[in-house]
Design a protein around this ligand. Structure first.
Ligand SMILES: NC(=O)c1ccc[n+]([C@@H]2O[C@H](COP(=O)([O-])OP(=O)(O)OC[C@H]3O[C@@H](n4cnc5c(N)ncnc54)[C@H](O)[C@@H]3O)[C@@H](O)[C@H]2O)c1
Length: 442
């Protein structure tokens, strides 16, 4: 018998999504359809995966919900914010991810989800021209308005708990500035002083969520909660945070394939990743300042898996200074493809005596189809973490993220290797379920 040390998942779980775009509407539609038995939540590990608990003769393979108390799909209630006023049904049709036959059966549920006005600053996403925006004069006013939204939603919908998920556009790159982003008092002062350069709107959502006792998940590459001041707030409010950037297609493949090269001790000269994408996300990322945020996130994946400092012969050649393999990532906005991204990876490896070889990967994926189950898993597992008394950065959720958060002020390394990430996830579930964490073979 396990000794479960987690509060039960009683009552409704409110999921408040920042953004009512392709990812958010695909996520919500899928949950509603699954609830009616009209679609299956494929790709959601919380709904399918079975992991081993116990060892030897005691071992059993259980679904997550049989190990720890998870909120059920029937208990989820959705709300959102967006700079466009269209309800979730209209937004789902606009996104053109799902066919109408997969949206119509839950039209009523979707139509009831009407976005609240956004906490938005045009300078952070210049390609967006929606005007469904809060009339706030300062960043602090944004925080207060979002807090009010969360409180109202929770009361009106009778939710026991709330999780806030960022599935809104990628903001422009905000470099971490020690004078503002390292201490909570400085962050708050900057919000009061309306420091628009260093306080992104996303930080106002995160601050509001944590202050209202809701975990916050950053699905874009924004640095929002990836700063010590937010870690301090998460500790103070004892709330979990997770981020950043959903690991959906190309980077999922990268974090799964790079360990093959690394564990086989093959060399790498270069890795070139490019893709074409035509949805609104692609449009926003077509702006160089927004792409920069994504680029930093996407580039970080290989760094801790194939390390030139540990294996200079294998990973210490290729770039201009010849100190590391060449790693390049490109995203090209190409409207005809809409959400159906096509990614190409060209990997220049070398083997015995340095002889070169190439691997080509051509992934024809669907961005939001891959992202939706991640949203579900991240929301359910963040809610679980909160009920288990876990707060601050949730490293066990690194599996789902391109650029997993870690305490860089303490020289902690992120875990990017997909298999190590999976072990972290499984062990956290075992521990929360009252079983022992272990590294046994499954
Ligand atoms: N789909 C994937 O595979 C994937 C992977 C990793 C990360 N992401 C990230 O997820 C996010 C959502 O992707 P998408 O395809 O749904 O994009 P989308 O453009 O369809 O939707 C984003 C929505 O956010 C809204 N928005 C922007 N700023 C806002 C603000 N401050 N407040 C409220 N709403 C705001 C926009 O109006 C838009 O409707 C993007 O940041 C994207 O980079 C997606």
């Amino acid at each position: 018998m396990s000794l479960n040390n987690v509060q039960p998942a009683d009552g409704k779980l409110g999921i408040l999504i920042v953004g009512n775009g392709a990812v958010a509407t695909t996520f919500m539609t899928g949950v509603f359809m699954a609830r009616k038995g009209l679609a299956k939540p494929v790709g959601a590990m919380t709904q399918y995966d079975k992991i081993r608990v116990g060892r030897g003769a005691d071992k059993r393979y259980l679904k997550y919900g049989d190990i720890v108390p998870l909120a059920s799909l029937d208990d989820l209630v959705f709300g959102c914010w967006d700079v466009y006023p269209q309800n979730a049904y209209q937004a789902a049709i606009y996104a053109e991810v799902l066919r109408e036959k997969d949206i119509e059966p839950v039209r009523e549920e979707l139509e009831q989800i009407v976005p609240m006005p956004a906490a938005f600053d045009h300078n952070y996403a210049k390609r967006l021209n929606g005007d469904h925006i809060k009339p706030c004069h300062t960043r602090w006013e944004m925080v207060e308005a979002v807090r009010e939204d969360i409180r109202r939603f929770k009361a009106e919908k009778g939710c026991a708990r709330i999780v806030v998920l960022w599935a809104a556009s990628t903001e422009i790159y905000v470099p971490v500035d020690e004078s503002v982003h390292y201490h909570l008092a400085d962050l708050e002062a900057a919000m009061h002083a309306d420091d628009r350069q260093r306080i992104a709107p996303s930080m106002c959502y995160a601050y509001a969520a944590l202050s209202e006792g809701a975990p916050f998940i950053m699905g874009a590459p924004n640095t929002t909660v990836d700063i010590p001041a937010m870690w301090e707030l998460a500790e103070k409010t004892r709330m979990p945070i997770a981020g950043k950037d959903f690991k959906t297609g190309q980077t999922l493949v990268k974090s799964g394939f790079a360990p093959i090269i690394g564990s086989r001790c093959l060399g790498l000269n270069g890795w070139f990743s490019t893709n074409i994408l035509g949805n609104r996300d692609g449009l926003v990322l077509d702006e160089p300042e927004n792409f920069r945020t994504k680029e930093v996130s996407k580039l970080s994946t290989l760094e801790t898996i194939l390390r030139p400092d540990l294996q200079p012969d294998l990973y210490g050649h290729g770039n201009d200074e010849d100190t590391q393999y060449f790693h390049k990532v490109r995203i090209n906005y190409y409207p005809p493809r809409n959400d159906n991204k096509e990614g190409w990876d060209n990997i220049d490896i070398f083997g015995w005596m340095g002889y070169p070889m190439q691997v080509k990967i051509n992934f024809l994926c669907r961005d939001s189809i891959l992202a939706a189950p991640l949203c579900l898993d991240l929301c359910l597992l963040s809610d679980l973490a909160a009920r288990a008394g876990r707060y601050g950065i949730q490293r066990f959720l690194s599996f789902y993220l391109k650029s997993p958060m870690h305490d860089y002020t303490a020289n902690e390394s992120p875990v990017n290797n997909l298999y190590q990430q999976h072990t972290l996830l499984k062990n956290a579930l075992r521990e929360m379920g009252g079983y022992e964490a272990d590294e046994e073979l499954d």
